[in-house]
Design a protein around this ligand. Structure first.
Ligand code: NDP
Length: 446
């Protein structure tokens, strides 16, 4: 369905932000699927909700200067985009990766607004990061970079204002250095960052939450097709935080994870990936994935990460980065009999890939719903920080599980309400959008 307001807003957005192609892509996906919502609620069009929604509340860019181990000054660029806070304080991760630019952070922050709305929890959307590349940097270099980054960021964030977390290249180590510097500058011990270590304010199960949540969501997609995980050959791209814990949970539920990857290549392990070994390679040794293949009998390493989509599977979980799975890769998955695809990463499937899956009847779970378990559990970390309490792993995991079930139900109900049962892309966008738009109307033109 088309709506004239949508076409016009997309054109304006492209004209005003000409170089931000990833932001165009994310906005196009959301806006083109809310046409039916605008038909039903003309008051959103009258109040020019779309025009207001696509302009971030605030975008902050800053210089991050730091000294490397040889004493040479290095300069990177830092970002924080505070997109929309009608539902709660800005919330969203920080990404450290050489590919980061303003358009990347804007697309991630925009997605985050609707994802956070879907969780049903009181959080708005933001995202940040830097073009800093942590690969090959020493612990001391990482620390100095994080301290310099926070020296500017700290004045823009706060436990009730904006609460960053991790993303690509930002895990517990980086959150630790960032938190230490925030505490020193602000002189408060507050829940200003999530993803902290469990001994110093972090929540149990936060590390596992995005991957586990992805598997809980996929379980519902499978059961809608009268399937469960037992014996399902599963391909998971990436071997980072999301990928590893998705693999762990899928395997516990009976799946056989046969391939994982990094940005250089992928591992095919026909006997099922040894998750403990994979975790040790990535988390403890911070080594590349080819080290796994060298140590694991029967596993093969193949250079080139996109080859992973040629491995035959029943379920594919792209958990690495945006636009990693294109139309060709989708065709190959479909030809090899893949039945369900759910996005662990943000926007890993190109529009052509999504279209191909939907036309072929492959179940497709969009990232803003399927990977929302991480941010939901971040909110649970904030709740524990405010209460000065710690919940058990099972308490957090049970809450996560029921939040993911709730997200699936909302998406599936909204898809039905807006005339396309089973279309979870439409369902996720429509359900998230309605919540945000209603709150914007209630809070006036600000
Ligand atoms: P990590 O940094 O822990 O891991 C990222 C993984 O992706 C690494 O294996 C990395 O390999 C790989 N990767 C990065 N770029 C590419 C590329 N161009 N091609 C192939 N592989 C690549 O990040 P996370 O696991 O935290 O994040 C992964 C995705 O999940 C991101 O899209 C993120 O936005 C999303 N996400 C994360 C959440 C979280 O809680 N952490 C929450 C919701 C979404 P290499 O080391 O070679 O770069």
């Amino acid at each position: 369905m088309h709506h004239p307001a949508v076409e016009q807003v997309i054109e304006e957005l492209k004209a005003r932000n000409p170089d931000e192609t990833e932001f165009h892509q994310a906005a196009h996906e959301v806006l083109s699927s809310v046409a039916a919502v605008l038909e039903k609620y003309p008051e959103f069009v009258e109040a020019r909700v779309l025009q207001r929604l696509i302009e971030p509340d605030r975008q902050i860019m800053f210089r991050v200067a730091w000294l490397d181990d040889s004493g040479v000054p290095q300069v990177n660029r830092g970002f924080r985009v505070q997109f929309n806070n009608v539902l709660g304080p800005y919330k969203g991760g920080l990404r450290f990766h050489s590919s980061v630019k303003l358009g990347t952070i804007k697309f991630l922050a925009f997605e985050q607004v609707f994802k956070n709305a879907l969780t049903g929890l009181p959080i708005g959307g933001g995202k940040g990061g830097s073009d800093f590349d942590p690969h090959g940097r020493s612990d001391n270099e990482i620390m100095r970079f994080c301290q310099s980054f926070m020296t500017e960021l700290y004045r823009h964030i706060g436990a009730d204002t904006d609460v960053p977390a991790g993303d690509i290249g930002v895990g517990e180590r980086e959150i630790g250095y960032l938190f230490g510097q925030y505490k020193r500058l602000a002189n408060v011990y507050s829940g200003v960052l999530t993803g902290k270590g469990p001994q110093w304010g972090g929540s149990l199960a936060r590390k596992q939450a995005t991957g586990y949540g992805l598997v809980y969501f996929t379980t519902r997609m499978l059961s809608a097709r009268r399937m469960d995980w037992r014996g399902l050959r599963t391909v998971i791209s990436g071997y980072g935080n999301v990928a590893i814990y998705a693999a762990e949970k899928a395997e516990r539920l009976g799946a056989q994870v046969v391939a994982m990857s990094d940005s250089g290549g992928y591992v095919y392990d026909p006997n099922g990936v040894d998750i403990a070994l994979m975790r040790s390679v990535k988390e403890e040794r911070r080594a590349r994935i080819d080290v796994y293949a060298a140590e694991r009998r029967g596993a093969e390493y193949h250079a080139g990460c996109s080859g992973i989509w040629g491995v035959p599977c029943d379920v594919a979980l792209p958990c690495a980065t945006q636009n990693e799975l294109d139309g060709e890769a989708a065709k190959s998955l479909i030809a090899n009999g893949c039945k369900v695809v759910a996005e662990g990463a943000n926007m890993p499937c190109t529009p052509e890939a999504v279209q191909a899956f939907q036309s072929a009847g492959v179940g497709f779970g969009p990232g803003k719903a399927a990977n929302a378990g991480g941010v939901a559990t971040s909110l649970l970390e904030m709740a524990q920080n405010s209460q000065r309490l710690h919940w058990t792993f099972d308490e957090v995991d049970n809450k996560l599980h029921s939040i993911m079930n709730g997200i699936y139900d909302q998406c599936s109900q909204a898809a039905e309400d807006f005339g396309e049962p089973g279309n979870l892309v439409l369902g996720a966008n429509a359900a998230g959008f309605v919540k945000v738009a209603r709150a914007m109307l209630a809070q006036g033109v600000v």
